[in-house]
Design a protein around this ligand. Sequence first.
Ligand SMILES: [Cu+2]
Length: 148
Amino acid sequence: MFKKILIVAFILELTFVNKIFSQSITIKDSWARPASKGRNSAAYFTIINKNSFGDSLVQAISNIAEKVEIHETFKTENDMMGMRAIKFISIPANSEVKLKPGGLHIMLIGLKKNITEKDSVNLKLKFKRAKEIDIKIPVKDIMKKMPH
Ligand SMILES: [Cu+2]
């Protein structure tokens, strides 16, 4: 009997530790651009790493688009802005990495349906070390909030 309780306590402890570990990477301020079916959209968020070791975001998965890629924005030789797929985003220990327009972003290529402001986009984020994180991203039309 006592042994059984011990085992249960041990398992509970394990899940608890596991939870703390997986929570050491968190996501905040997420949003995605509205776009129509067949077009592309982009998702942005801030990754917070409270671990004392670095990690990398290696993949983003969503059923909303035909293809999901991790992108960076860069300046071309003639000072134009371009973007390209990258293999991962480095997240240094105890740091925050911000994905934003004109910078790093998650590219949603070939939307399977229209996404407007009332919708949300599900995204599964895979890391090199931390456990994967599922997030629900609100669609926000930031252009609408800009003064005319
Ligand atoms: Cu892009």
